[in-house]
Every structure is written in structure tokens, then in C-alpha cells.
Design a protein around this ligand. Structure first.
Ligand code: ARG
Length: 293
């Protein structure tokens, strides 16, 4: 294992917007200019990788596969904690072919000692990886989205596979179809989130667990710019190009912000967090166990 944060990304060579499974997806816009957008996507992905590396991370790359354009969003490939990867099961047939590709990638990472277990979901459960299940480092539990892509029966499974508490958050609209589009825990116990994406009950859960002074509400404009979909490494936050309002809010709280032009990926409804999967997260419990050994 490495001390540096470790992320998985996918080569963007076969990215495209060729179908529509969320309301942000623009196959028409893609079709108008595929060659230029493919080139722009490659540039965007490598700029994102550079920013992660600048923030101290290491990045592993999964090969692109033709006809699996959304493979560039490995956040949806699995939930990973303590070296264990619970492989996703996708709702839409368009993405189901990614499961085997990612499983294979995880088994290779396991062979290299970068993961310890690759675990399968039981039948009849849909769960779209870390896109719908976010580890809250400061609170020591998972926040899990359901109601759009992942099914609520994924929650007890996540709890038992990882031996961790899971707080379920029902997503209210298809515009914010994965939890990571509208919810982002930040170092220091803060949470950046977009309230209209949640049902009243799940907003109540957020308020129960996150003190008012730690709740940073995103505006509609900030959420639509895919800025809640951010990667946080300590004090650094990497995200798509941000409205000035968000830049100011985060700066005032002492975060250092790196913005990347992710326009081609936003045509697919994805931002910085979607394009990455953190592989080296350890739960406090495990760390405590190891410290006690
Ligand atoms: N086009 C992809 C989909 O609809 C985008 C996935 C973005 N990933 C994410 N974790 N939000 O599935």
C-alpha cells in the first residue's frame, strides 16, 4: 500500500454520449461534433488527473472499452473501504456491460496487493458504487443514496459487508440521480449539498447528523455546474469550473480549490467525483484495530 491517496480513473478514449439515461445527457450535442469532443474529453481527463496528482494523489488507469462510453465514471464501479471492493450492479442495460470490465480491473488490483477482496452483491439488489455510497471520514459512516439508481435493499448489504453504519438518503429527482451529484462531505466535518435533491425525510437525516454551521448549501447554479460532484483530499477540492459564488464560499472556509474544465463529461451528467474512485480509504475502526495490534 502507498501512503498517497490512490484513485482509479478510466482512459477516456471511448467516452461519448450515445444514449440518454439521465436528464443531463446530450447525445444530440455529442453527435454534432464527436471528433472535437473526444479530443476535448481526453484533455479534460488528463487535466483532472494532473490536479489530483498535484493534490498529492496517485492515479491508476483502467483501459477504455469500445461501446462502454460511461466506463469513464468509475465512481459507479464499486464501493471501496479497507481494501475491500463491493462490485456495483447497474440499473440501466446501457451500463451493465461495465460490471465485468470493472470486476476484472479490481481482480488485477487485488493481484497487485492494492485491494484485499472483491465482493459480489446478492441478487435483486442494484447499487451504483461510490456514486451512491460516500464514506464520511469525519463521522466514520457511509451516506448511501437510493431511489433513483440504487435500491434501498442495498443499504443492509453495505452495512454487513463493511461492518459500518450506513445512513440512507432518498433522492427525490432524476436530475440528481446519484448521491454524488448533490452531496459531498468535506474535510473538517462540513458537507456541501443541494437541498432540493432530497426528500424531506432525508433532509431531516442530514440535519440530524450535520450541524448547521457545517452544512454548506449549494445553489441551483452550483449544482448544475456539477460542482457538488467534487473530489476532496484534505484541504484540496478538485471540481468542474465553478460559479464565483461557490469559489468564494469555499475559499472563505479555508479550502484550496482547483477547477478543471469538464464540459465534455457534463454532457453525460458527470463531474470530477464521478470520474474517480478512491481505492485507499480506511475506516477509523480498522486503523484503530491495527494500532491496537
Ligand atoms: N452518464 C452516466 C450515467 O448516467 C453518468 C454517471 C456519473 N456518475 C456519477 N457517479 N454521478 O450513469
Amino acid at each position: 500500500m502507498t501512503d498517497k491517496p490512490l484513485f482509479l480513473m478510466t482512459d477516456a478514449r471511448h467516452f461519448g454520449v450515445t444514449y440518454q439515461i439521465n436528464p443531463w445527457m446530450r447525445p444530440d450535442a455529442w453527435k454534432a461534433n464527436p471528433a472535437a469532443l473526444t479530443a476535448a474529453a481526453a484533455k479534460s481527463a488528463s487535466a483532472l488527473r494532473k490536479e489530483l496528482e498535484k493534490a498529492g494523489a496517485r492515479v491508476e488507469i483502467v483501459d477504455a472499452v469500445e461501446n462502454l462510453p460511461d466506463l469513464v465514471f468509475p465512481a459507479n464501479a464499486a464501493i471501496v473501504l479497507d481494501g475491500r471492493a463491493l462490485v456495483a450492479r447497474f440499473r440501466h442495460p446501457e451500463r451493465q456491460g461495465e460490471e465485468a470490465v470493472f470486476r476484472d480491473a479490481f481482480l488485477k488490483l487485488k493481484a497487485r496487493g492494492l485491494l484485499s477482496d472483491v465482493i459480489e452483491l446478492p441478487n435483486k439488489i442494484l447499487q451504483e458504487g461510490a456514486g451512491d455510497c460516500i464514506w464520511d471520514k469525519d463521522r466514520g459512516f457511509f451516506w448511501a443514496g437510493y431511489g433513483q439508481r440504487s435500491t434501498p435493499n442495498s443499504i443492509p448489504v453495505i452495512e454487513s459487508v463493511f461492518g459500518q453504519q450506513v445512513v440512507g438518503l432518498e433522492l427525490a429527482t432524476d436530475r440528481f440521480y446519484h448521491l454524488d451529484t448533490c452531496f459531498c462531505p468535506l474535510a473538517g466535518g462540513r458537507v456541501l449539498y443541494y437541498p432540493p435533491a432530497f426528500t424531506p425525510q432525508s433532509l431531516g437525516m442530514i440535519r440530524t447528523h450535520v450541524r448547521k454551521k457545517d452544512r454548506i448549501e449549494a445553489t441551483a447554479e452550483e449544482a448544475a455546474a456539477f460542482c457538488v460532484n467534487a473530489v476532496n483530499i484534505d484541504n484540496h477540492i478538485v471540481m468542474a469550473k465553478a460559479p464565483a459564488s461557490l469559489r468564494a464560499k469555499l475559499k472563505a472556509l479555508g479550502y484550496s480549490l482547483a477547477e478543471v474544465d469538464l464540459a465534455p463529461f457534463i454532457l453525460s451528467g458527470g463531474g470530477a467525483y464521478c470520474m474517480t474512485l478512491r481505492l485507499d480509504r480506511q475506516s477509523g475502526n480498522q486503523a484503530a484495530m491495527r494500532a491496537a495490534e
